[in-house]
Design a protein around this ligand. Structure first.
Ligand code: URP
Ligand code: ZN
Ligand code: ZN
Ligand code: ZN
Length: 483
């Protein structure tokens, strides 16, 4: 059975042109004029783009005494409904747990996925077992390792652990990821705020000023540079962190920054809402910021100093959020966004003229696939690439509402926002999962995507590292020591 997407404009990260796209056996078989197939999808008036890739999700993750509410079933349904055809989730060993053991848990959960997926592996503690198992993880096609510089007493790693792990990731040809917030300072500020009677969700924002993020981002960049590893900074929310990344890139360091759609479009005023539930539902780390920080993030996407837009989808129900009533440090951290990332970014990015359609494709898909070592199988409209495609109708509109979302939670942080630009069709390896705007996906269709280590950036860094490696100075004519 073949499918042809007919009459649309193919939009990739670097090119827009009129063409039909033929799909056979889950892959793109031909791109050209007048193609025919068994099934025809009408793309007139639409753009045919690589499906979105969300490089940052937490599905059914054990965290802060509970589990995030969306699992690989509801989470990947939400992804497809919004034009995202692949998610990269975080396998998260609890401190002391082996990496392979954690991976087995994530392998079990992900069997329900409706779209393809991959994993990052978190390094939450350091020891010989972690060092050894990292090789086996890379052999499984997991080439990115995440480090938390926050969540003191739980997931946080210290600088010695960070340096050791970064060096190992560099040697294995992988990418180091960081959640960059100074966890020691956050813990101090949180304790002080609570002691002063600041117990509500607004105190969460006060406990994590932009400086904690800027400091940790700078530190991670310097540690990564010393370790010789490429660095990817997740959920960049502010100018302080963006400035560090911008400067590092201008210096030639291999650093990428990932803002979230939430930080681009929602601001800190959410935490001052008189309704406790409204504010708590938006508690995440880092917190939402003011307009100056938002402008910085948009500028970063426009200028290329920030590379990727993600969601950090980590959804908790209102009931789960309420475990933090009376103590903001117990509100589970995280917000949803998987279904809304693409329409929100199109509406606030492309429709406003901040981003071109090609830049939209780059930051929602192609850049991610390249950084994570799966291009052009993913993130491309090329013959031979997986047919993970979105047929995007730039004129279609809706109002975002929890009542009609795929996510399992009872609210949506973008509730009431009108978006223009929605998927007409979404294909996951050729299977039509959104048909004329209606979700028709299959549980278990999603497959694990193994990724390649030692990409071009790693090879360039290794060549440089080898050139500047410490070497003993060969000296002649020096008397032997002690003589
Ligand atoms: O608040 C957040 N971001 N929750 C998810 C875990 C993380 O830090 O990414
Ligand atoms: Zn994080
Ligand atoms: Zn996260
Ligand atoms: Zn299928």
């Amino acid at each position: 059975m073949s499918t042809v997407i007919r009459g649309g404009t193919v939009v990739t990260a670097d090119l827009s042109y009129k063409a039909d796209v033929l799909i056979e056996d889950g892959r793109i078989a031909a791109i050209g004029q007048g193609l025919t197939g068994d099934t025809v999808l009408d793309a007139s008036g639409c753009l045919v783009m690589p499906g979105g890739i969300d490089p940052h999700t937490h599905l059914e993750m054990p965290f802060m005494g509970t589990y995030s509410a969306d699992d690989f079933d509801s989470g990947t349904r939400a992804a497809l409904a919004g034009g995202t055809t692949m998610v990269v989730d975080f396998a998260l060993p609890s401190p002391g747990q082996g990496l392979l053991d954690a991976l087995r848990m994530w392998d079990n959960k992900s069997g329900r996925a409706h779209c393809d997926y991959s994993f990052h592996m978190a390094v939450t503690w350091w020891g010989e077992q972690v060092f050894d198992e990292m090789q086996a993880i890379v052999d499984r096609g997991i080439t990115s390792f995440k480090h938390f510089m926050a969540y003191k007493g739980a997931l946080m790693v210290n600088d010695d652990e960070l340096f050791s792990s970064f060096r190992r990731v560099g040697d294995l040809g992988g990418v180091a990821l960081v959640h960059a917030e100074n966890g020691d300072v956050v813990a101090e500020l949180s304790a002080r705020l609570l002691a002063e009677g600041n117990t509500g969700p607004e105190a969460h924002a006060y406990s994590r000023p932009s400086q904690v993020e800027g400091e940790a981002t700078n530190r991670a960049i310097m540690v990564a540079d010393m370790a010789g590893v490429p660095l990817y900074v997740v959920h960049v929310s502010c100018e302080d962190s963006h400035e560090a990344i911008r400067r590092a890139r201008a210096q030639g360091k291999r650093v990428w920054g990932e803002p979230l759609i939430q930080h681009l479009t929602l601001d800190e005023s959410e935490y001052f809402n008189a309704d406790w539930d409204h504010a708590a539902r938006r508690v995440m780390s880092p917190p939402f910021r003011n307009k100056l920080h938002q402008d910085s993030l948009w500028a970063g996407l426009q200028s290329g100093s920030l590379s990727v837009v993600a969601t950090d989808h980590c959804a908790f129900t209102t009931a789960q959020k309420r475990t933090g009533m009376g103590d903001f440090t117990k509100i589970p951290n995280g917000t949803g966004g998987l279904e809304d990332r693409m329409p929100m970014l199109w509406t606030h990015g492309v429709a406003t003229g901040r981003l071109t359609p090609n830049e939209f494709v780059a930051v929602t898909s192609t850049n991610i696939a390249k950084i994570l070592g799966m291009y052009p199988r993913k993130g491309a409209v090329l013959v031979g690439s997986d047919a993970d495609l979105v047929v995007w109708d730039p004129e279609a509109e809706k109002v975002i509402s929890a009542g009609s979302q795929q996510s399992a939670i009872d609210y949506n942080v973008f509730e009431g926002q009108r978006v223009k630009g929605l998927p007409r069709y979404v294909l996951t390896r050729g299977h039509v999962a959104v048909n004329d705007g209606m979700l028709d996906s299959r549980e278990g269709h999603g497959e694990f995507v193994a990724r390649e280590p030692r990409g071009t950036v790693n090879r360039a860094l290794s060549a440089w590292k080898e050139l500047i490696a410490p070497r003993p100075v060969e000296r002649s004519g020096i008397p032997a020591s002690g003589v």
